[in-house]
Design a protein around this ligand. Structure first.
Ligand code: NAD
Length: 514
């Protein structure tokens, strides 16, 4: 793309970053802000970062002004003022006069309606969302959001502009939260619910989520984003969808915001911070006990990597027990089958042998029903057993101390830290990942973007290790649907209803397997 005259309105965190990204790409930039301090900071920031890249002379291409009228010669204006609809509408009404067609007007809004902002102009076809991520010079994703009247030419120009800045543009519809801020909601919302339901502590949830490959657990990330900012995003999503239950904010977060516990910036959130550094003790590395022996494994596919892990830890898998010295029994099937298998083993084996049962889509208490020795039954998350250095174990109310110790030893011998949690449908990681996949499926079904675009957006916008739909593909759409159905059954909430697009994918896969 040729050198373009870009106007940036608002020189805060985002505006100054967008201006720098545009200078890196050799565009001409006019940056305006009503605050002279913000403009000074933005200039210093540009000087420092340009010099680090040996591009100091590019500062000549940055024109700074407190007067919004300075944007009159811009070919594209990107607005990055406060996230307030009335303010943005007022600014776009002004921009409509200052920068007439064919100039393009873009807003960096994260959650507001592009259509509502564009409606204040005489030519809404030249208005679109151009949503950068923080820090804008570094993050590769840019969501280009099409308002109800946005023209294809406007979209194409913004796509080219984003590409000229070395970004990966993804075109989305103008629905609340676009892709990233929408699909990411369960990452925070389900984590808060797990904490609120006392299934596990925030450190344990973070540990398990990091073990699944996420760069940061949900609670550490909320602390970084700011609990107030995160709550505001959740609230906007909830309100702008007229109360969609999947987006309902959590009272725990509101309570923390009300008490001024905002995260890193206030010195304390879920964690405490010392000069911006997180305080706390790193989790202990598991001690590997060089146990070996036989593990009886029932057939089933809800713990796909189990055999490999057992082999690495020196165990031999067996399908029949006979007189073998058994270390444990692992039941990794699903639904009714699981209960029958558990009962059969419970009747045939000495009571000191733990029975580990996958409980991602079944309840541990249901599994234990009708057994003589419910004290030896432990739940585990088979789907994410192989991921990272932690494993989720569920304790039932009757669990014997001896069984807890033996199980801890067994899991530690895999080189994994056992994380004991309370019984809860979908457990921790499957619950969060399946809800992310479900949200992604709703977005695809509603035409916000295609599956590939949604996955790219989540990988580049929030650094997820895998796009949620690629994850659903790996786990199996039918398993993701089964986990959500189980949650819907237990909670009785519409929040966990399966997205029609996901259900369709699950059925297609099942019918292909038959
Ligand atoms: P910020 O508070 O850091 O900066 C906003 C700037 O706008 C301030 O410098 C302020 O002086 C200026 N401003 C406000 N009203 C103005 C007016 N009438 N005329 C001129 N300047 C005015 O905010 P931010 O974090 O940079 O966010 C800006 C926008 O980008 C918001 O819409 C936000 O939702 C969106 N966004 C933020 C992030 C993020 O992580 N911070 C990420 C993506 C998008």
């Amino acid at each position: 793309m040729k050198k373009t005259r870009i106007g940036v309105l608002g020189a805060g965190a985002m505006g100054s970053g967008i201006a720098l990204a545009a200078l890196y790409a050799d565009h001409e930039v006019t940056l305006t802000d009503s605050s002279p301090e913000a403009l000074d900071r933005a200039r210093e920031y540009a000087v420092e970062h340009l010099s680090r890249k040996d591009l100091s002379e590019r500062i000549q291409q940055l024109n700074i002004s407190q007067d919004i009228g300075a944007l009159s010669g811009s070919e594209v204006v990107i607005e990055a003022a406060f996230e307030k609809l009335e303010l943005k509408q007022e600014l776009f009404a002004q921009l409509d006069r200052i920068s007439p067609a064919p100039a393009i007007l873009a807003t960096n809004t994260s959650t507001l309606s592009v259509t509502a902002i564009a409606a204040m102009t005489s030519s809404p076809e030249r208005v679109a969302g151009m949503h950068f991520f923080n820090p804008a010079p570094v993050m590769r994703l840019v969501e280009i959001a099409k308002g109800a009247s946005t023209s294809q030419d406007t979209v194409e120009t913004l796509v080219q502009l984003a590409e000229s800045m070395g970004k990966t543009p993804v075109v989305t519809g103008d629905s609340p939260g676009f892709i990233v801020n929408r699909v990411a909601r369960p990452f925070y919302g389900e984590a808060l619910r797990l904490l609120g339901e006392r299934v596990a502590g925030y450190e344990e949830i973070d540990l398990l989520i990091e073990a699944a490959g996420f760069p940061m657990g949900p609670f550490e990330l909320m602390d970084l984003i700011g609990l107030d900012v995160n709550l505001a995003a959740a609230t906007t999503m909830y309100e702008s969808t007229y109360g969609e239950p999947r987006y309902r904010p959590h009272w725990l977060q509101r309570q923390m915001v009300e008490s001024g516990t905002l995260g890193r910036k206030s010195g304390a959130g879920f964690y405490e911070y010392d000069g911006g550094e997180k305080r706390g003790t790193p989790p202990k590395a598991p001690e590997t006990s060089q146990e070996s022996g036989y593990v009886l494994v029932s057939d089933g596919s809800w713990a796909p990597e189990l055999g490999k892990l057992l082999g690495q830890a020196g165990y031999t898998m067996s399908e029949t027990h006979g007189d073998l010295p058994l270390a444990a029994v692992v039941v990794n099937g699903r639904e009714e089958g699981v209960r029958d298998v558990v009962r059969r083993y419970d009747r045939g084996l000495a009571p000191n042998i733990p029975i580990l049962c996958q409980t991602v889509d079944v309840d541990l208490s249901e599994v234990g029903q009708g057994t003589y020795h419910p004290e030896r039954i432990v739940g585990f998350d088979g789907l994410f057993l192989a991921a990272g250095n932690a494993a989720t174990l569920v304790q039932g109310p009757d669990l014997a101390d001896e069984i807890r110790l033996t199980t801890t030893d067994l899991i530690s011998s895999f080189g994994k830290q056992p994380v004991w949690v309370e019984e809860s449908p979908g457990m921790v990681t499957p619950r969060i990942v399946c809800c992310l996949a479900n949200e992604a499926a709703f977005a695809v079904g509603e035409g916000v973007a295609g599956p590939t675009e949604v996955d790219i957006a989540m990988e580049l916008g929030v650094n997820y290790p895998t796009g949620p739909l690629a994850w659903a593909e790996q786990l199996g759409y039918e398993r993701v649907a089964a986990v959500l159905d189980h949650m819907a059954r237990v909670y009785g909430e519409e929040r966990y209803r399966v997205a029609p697009w996901l259900r369709k994918m699950a059925r297609q896969k099942e019918s292909r397997a038959v």
